[in-house]
Design a binder for this molecule. Structure first.
Ligand SMILES: Nc1ccn([C@@H]2O[C@H](COP(=O)(O)OP(=O)(O)OP(=O)(O)O)[C@@H](O)[C@H]2O)c(=O)n1
Ligand SMILES: C[C@](O)(CO)[C@H](O)COP(=O)(O)O
Length: 280
């Protein structure tokens, strides 16, 4: 190319930011049964961790999935990923002692993989197997406007905030019910935002948050966290008592999916028959 040759015009196609789901499955299930990892228990004939991974496999906007495990479940989770051919799962990594440690491990891995600051990161409890596509889509969309968002479900109970008075707790305050929500997952963030919040939190050894939203709320108080509509069925399996409820939800969903599949097959059959008639 000579100096006088005009530079060829290469149009810059806007590359959409990756959308990465982090499925946290590294918990020890102490409230469930530490000898029977709840993330591997089957409901509706399918292991809980598979329901969660499949929810993100199904969402077309999710580009990659990272699964976080502990040594007790790693081999089985890897087997399930292989058997089911989950094509978006890029890596299975080890988590840590607490939920925040497992999130931190995923963020460190993504940073070393060179993920862009603007990537959308959806952090999900593996033990919330019935997350709706609307909640996943809503989380991804919320990050176009906000840098942090959480799926949450409006509380139907009045919530009491308490303080300790020796051997008894007493009510410290009662927030207005319409202002109260139950936190669910996914909790979603632009990568730079959640990474920064975790860097700030790392300096505080007494900080043991149970979710990622709190890391942003406490350490980046100026950063609004948008609420995305959750649902009663986005249940977290915490104790054995949750299993019968989960079985009912799984049965409803399976029935619904089977009906949708049957409808789709019927439509395809009618479309085929109509095409045949037109040909005659
Ligand atoms: N060290 C941890 C702890 C929790 N989790 C994950 O975070 C989610 C929510 O945690 P929770 O229900 O509290 O699960 P466990 O920590 O397993 O339960 P428990 O608190 O009863 O031990 C679960 O999907 C769990 O696998 C994780 O990845 N790493
Ligand atoms: C992240 C979470 O699922 C939001 O509801 C929850 O905080 C997980 O931990 P928990 O210890 O069972 O509250």
């Amino acid at each position: 190319m000579t100096a006088s040759t005009p530079e060829p015009h290469t149009p810059q196609t806007a590359q959409a930011a990756p959308v990465v789901a982090v499925v946290l499955a590294a918990g020890f299930g102490t409230r469930f049964d530490p000898d029977n990892p709840k993330q591997l228990v089957s409901v509706g004939g399918k292991p809980i961790v598979c329901w969660s991974i499949e929810a993100f496999e199904r969402c077309a906007r999710v580009t990659d999935i990272v699964v976080v495990v502990n040594p007790k479940v790693r081999a089985t989770v890897e087997e399930l990923i292989g058997e089911n051919g989950y094509g978006k799962v890029r890596v299975v990594i080890d988590g840590g002692a607490e939920r925040v440690d497992s999130t931190a491990a995923a963020l460190d891995m993504l940073a070393s993989a060179g993920i862009p600051d603007e990537a959308k990161i959806l952090i999900h409890d593996a033990v919330r197997p019935f997350v709706a596509q609307e909640a996943i889509d809503g989380s991804i969309a919320a990050l176009d406007e906000f840098r942090a968002a959480t799926v949450a479900f409006a509380s139907t109970d009045t919530v009491l905030l308490t303080r300790d008075l020796g051997d008894r707790k007493v009510v410290a305050s009662v927030p207005d019910r319409p202002d109260t929500y139950r936190a669910q997952t996914p909790q979603s963030f632009r990568f730079a935002t959640i990474r920064r919040a975790y860097e700030l939190a790392a300096a505080d050894p007494d900080f043991h948050p149970t979710d990622d939203t709190r890391v942003v709320v406490d350490y980046m108080p100026g950063e609004p966290v948008a609420i995305v509509s959750g649902s009663e069925t986005n249940l977290k399996i915490t104790t054995m008592a949750d299993i019968p409820v989960a079985e009912r939800i799984a049965a409803d969903l399976t029935h619904h999916m089977t009906r949708e599949e049957a409808k789709a097959r019927m439509h395809a059959m009618f479309a085929g028959a109509a095409a045949q008639m037109h040909r005659r």
